[in-house]
Design a protein around this ligand. Structure first.
Ligand code: OAD
Length: 290
């Protein structure tokens, strides 16, 4: 496991200042990326909130809207915030879950799902909790920050997955419902405040990684291994300021991979990318994959 990972075990935001140099997307960039994709025997992709922007899900570092404009995501996405005001944090996630289930995967998600079958070895790592890659048809997605479509007990006694009753897209986790006995998944997701675990009595919480918490061990290990062993690494729609996820493009470059960034804006990683494509996920990905 990379030494970098040990430096950044719990999730943190790294303050950075990016000096933006305006750049335009050129046909030459797209040709170069097309050739890299066509010749790579192994590709690892890291996605962030930008890949879902064109589905209508705001990115984290975009201003929040309405009632939530008063809060910074980093202030709501912590265990302390939840313990301080469980209802507030529960409602924030419920609203985001409703938003996610009300939109569709975009052309970028779908292009990545098609790419999977065409490369010898393909890994898709996401920081997103929205489940849109899976809904676009991607399999074995490495979810670094969990899933907003699941709720679990603080002590992991039970897990519930948003069911058909919520939006008809995700399956109910029948095993968990049976094990929990007293709670139906639909009632858990419809609740206005966090229900209590039927086993230990502590709160149920979104099954996402909060600031200051560790990433799921298996996910980060798989992500580091896939990053350090690929020929081509694509960093798509992420600001590369939240660690440990942001170390992955560096780990890939350190291990000798060609690293390409796709993002309409410059990021702290841009200077290190072998190729930086200044375009959006839903325009660039279908153009280079199909
Ligand atoms: P951010 O909101 O930090 O960054 C989104 C990135 O997407 C920015 O660099 C944008 O320029 C870019 N972007 C915007 N629209 C795009 C488009 N259509 N196509 C491609 N790129 C686009 O989101 P993340 O980097 O994913 O963690 O944030 C990382 C983590 O910080 C999140 O997983 C979340 C957050 O706080 C937790 O909640 C634990």
């Amino acid at each position: 496991m990379s030494a970098l990972y040990h430096a950044y075990r719990a999730i943190v935001v790294q303050a950075v200042c990016v000096h933006t140099v305006p750049m335009k997307l050129t046909p030459h960039d797209l040709d170069q990326l097309r050739r890299l994709i066509a010749s790579a025997r192994s590709i690892t992709v890291l996605t962030g909130a930008g890949v879902s922007a064109e589905s209508g899900i705001p990115t984290f570092r975009d201003a929040q809207t309405g009632h939530w404009a008063r809060f910074r995501p980093e202030e709501l996405a912590t265990p302390e915030a939840f313990r301080r005001d469980p209802d507030l944090v529960w409602r924030w996630y419920a609203e985001r879950r409703r938003a996610v289930l009300g939109v569709e995967p975009n052309a970028g998600h779908r292009a990545l799902a098609r790419l999977h079958g065409r490369v010898g070895r393909f890994s898709l790592i996401t920081q997103n909790v929205d489940g849109l890659h899976a809904r676009a048809g991607s399999r074995e997605v490495i979810e670094l920050h969990g899933s907003i479509l699941r709720v679990r007990c603080f002590h992991s006694c039970v897990t519930y997955t948003a069911g058909a009753a919520t939006a008809g897209t995700a399956e109910a986790d029948a095993g968990a419902v049976a094990a929990a006995g007293e709670l139906e998944a639909s009632a858990v997701f419809a609740a206005d405040s966090p229900p209590r675990c039927p086993h230990c009595g502590d709160f149920l919480r979104p099954d996402v990684v909060w600031f200051g918490e560790n990433l799921p061990e298996a996910a980060i290990e798989a992500a580091v291994a896939a990053s350090e062993s690929c020929e081509l690494f694509l960093s798509i729609g992420t600001s590369t300021v939240v660690y440990p996820a942001a170390m992955l493009p560096h780990a890939a470059a350190d291990a000798g991979a060609t690293v390409v960034e796709i993002n309409p804006e410059e990021t702290p990683f841009t200077a290190r990318a072998h190729l930086s494509i200044r375009g959006t996920a839903a325009t660039v990905l279908p153009a280079v994959i199909d």
